[in-house]
Design a protein around this ligand. Structure first.
Ligand SMILES: *Cc1c(COP(=O)(O)O)cnc(C)c1O
Length: 485
């Protein structure tokens, strides 16, 4: 081995750098929790930032890696900041992040049991525990996968296989290619990855049948039959309905029980995209939101959203685990029984070949704090959203887009005497000014053609007082914008 490689693998250097890194991270965390004066997002344009990193790169090689990590931490989006109320990523728990480091270091690739013996069996425990918590029975199972997007695609491939594959071999899409135009029903507010999955499967735009939503942005389940009939008449074979629990934009929960009943009646696969909101099942106070979830054939849950792990860590659960073994059968699924039950060889069921040892991140949390920590997180954040909703209602110059059903709250600044058609532009300007100011980080969304500010309360260190400051800031920036016109 040459000197450089020896040096790069040196255990003592690793020890020193690692100790220092943990100190840096612990200081960072402490600083974040004390409501720091620093910006959530240290704003800089992409061009300016690229320019400064190109200058940094010209310093290389440079052995001071801790300095580099320090700069990365300082310039990144601060998810642990209590004034971060942007997209739906959790501020990872320290034990989960440390487990992520263990995963990165051991690099057990997981495709087969032998390449990830510990992570594979821990995955089994994590999956079974999660399945039980959402109300599934012993027959349920599944696996971990890299993100909700991939999980939803995999679930829909399983659905296709269940409805066109081993059920009727001559129409087996996996073997013969898709023989007939296939389609699924989903709310018009669903995450874009459902649409994308359908197109990836080759069903085209006509394969996604969008069902309208009510004024709370929940699927109008009483319209399912109408859309189903139309699709049949157009020669399409509808094989599935996807329910959102909850939607990304507004945090609205589709009526899962009603959708389940419809699927049963029409013999359709029922998939629930619970990437963000299925963990409501852990909370005694909020589990009513996912009533009917346990009737789904498959469910996607992101641990990296409401369950405190680093991204990407997602569960794809199946009500009947057997169905999950057929998805990627390399021979005719209906002939294969030898694969069944091989839960320990991840690559057979998951889309990925190599994957990270993501199970240990979830397990570390459950083993250290018990599943009640998930319940507490959901309950705190959903409660906080209710409080925030009240705060918005109490202010004259604000409009709530809809009552919050989760920890996602959409609203806009709408002072008297401002024409409605000006509000979208005003709020877009407010949001841009907020981002560049950096004290808070929030996002925006478009609802029925109108732009709203969108917040997702992800951090248990975010408080009512901080949210009041947020509204003050929006109001101040909004006023300044109006005056400067
Ligand atoms: C976030 C989200 C997704 C996408 O999940 P990733 O883990 O980001 O791939 C899909 N569906 C819903 C409802 C989501 O909220």
């Amino acid at each position: 081995m040459n000197d450089l490689l020896h040096q790069a693998y040196d255990a003592e250097t690793f020890r020193k750098q690692g100790h220092q890194l943990i100190d840096q991270m612990a200081d960072y965390l402490k600083n974040m929790q004390q409501e720091p004066g620093i910006a959530v997002l240290p704003w800089q344009s992409p061009e300016d930032r690229l320019y400064s990193w190109e200058a940094d790169y010209r310093q290389s090689p440079d052995e001071n890696i801790n300095r580099f990590w320090g700069v990365v931490m300082a310039q990144s989006m601060h998810i642990h900041h209590p004034k971060y109320v942007g997209h739906q990523v959790s501020p990872p728990l320290p034990v989960a992040a440390l487990s992520g480091l263990v995963s990165a270091f051991l690099n057990n690739g997981m495709a087969v049991y032998e390449m990830g013996p510990v992570a594979s069996v821990i995955e089994r425990i994590v999956i079974k525990e999660t399945a039980m918590s959402i109300g599934y029975s012993e027959a349920a199972g599944g696996f971990l996968t890299s993100g909700g997007t991939l999980s939803n695609l995999t679930a829909l491939l399983a659905a296709r296989q269940a409805k066109t594959g081993y059920a009727s071999p001559r129409r087996d899409s996996w073997q013969q290619g898709t023989q007939q135009p296939l389609a699924l029903l989903v709310s018009e507010e669903a995450h874009y990855c459902i649409d994308r999955a359908v197109r990836v499967m080759g069903w085209g735009e006509v394969g996604v049948i969008k069902v309208p939503v009510d004024e709370h942005f929940r699927m109008c389940s009483d319209q399912l039959e109408v859309y189903y009939q139309q699709a049949q008449a157009a020669g399409k074979q509808v094989i599935a309905v996807v329910g959102s629990a909850c939607t990304t934009s507004t945090g609205s929960y589709d009526p899962l029980e009603a959708i389940a009943a419809f699927c049963k009646q029409r013999d359709l696969w029922f998939h629930v995209d619970g990437a963000h909101g299925a963990p409501a099942a852990f909370s005694i106070k909020y589990k009513h939101l996912v009533k009917g979830l346990a009737q789904a054939d498959s469910v996607t849950i992101d641990y990296h959203k409401m369950m405190l792990t680093p991204a990407l860590t997602t569960a794809l659960l199946f009500k009947d685990e057997q169905t999950s073994y057929q998805t990627f059968s390399q021979q005719a699924a209906y002939l294969l029984s030898d694969q069944q039950g091989e839960w320990f060889n991840s690559g057979k069921r998951a889309f990925e070949c190599t994957k990270r040892m993501m199970s240990i991140q979830v397990y570390a949390i459950m083993r250290t704090y018990g599943k009640q920590i998930f319940a507490q997180n959901v309950t705190y954040l959903y409660d906080l959203a209710q409080t925030f909703t009240q705060q918005i209602r109490q202010r004259n110059n604000f409009q709530l887009a809809l009552p919050a059903q989760s920890n996602i709250v959409c609203f806009r600044y709408a002072p008297a005497h401002t024409a409605t058609d000006k509000l979208s532009e005003l709020n877009a300007q407010i949001r841009q000014a907020m981002v560049e100011d950096g004290e808070f980080y929030l996002v925006q969304t478009s609802l029925k053609g109108q732009l709203y500010l969108r917040t997702t309360l992800m951090n248990p260190f975010t408080t009512e007082a901080i949210l009041a400051q947020l509204l003050d800031k929006v109001e101040k920036i909004g006023n300044d914008l109006i005056k400067s016109e």
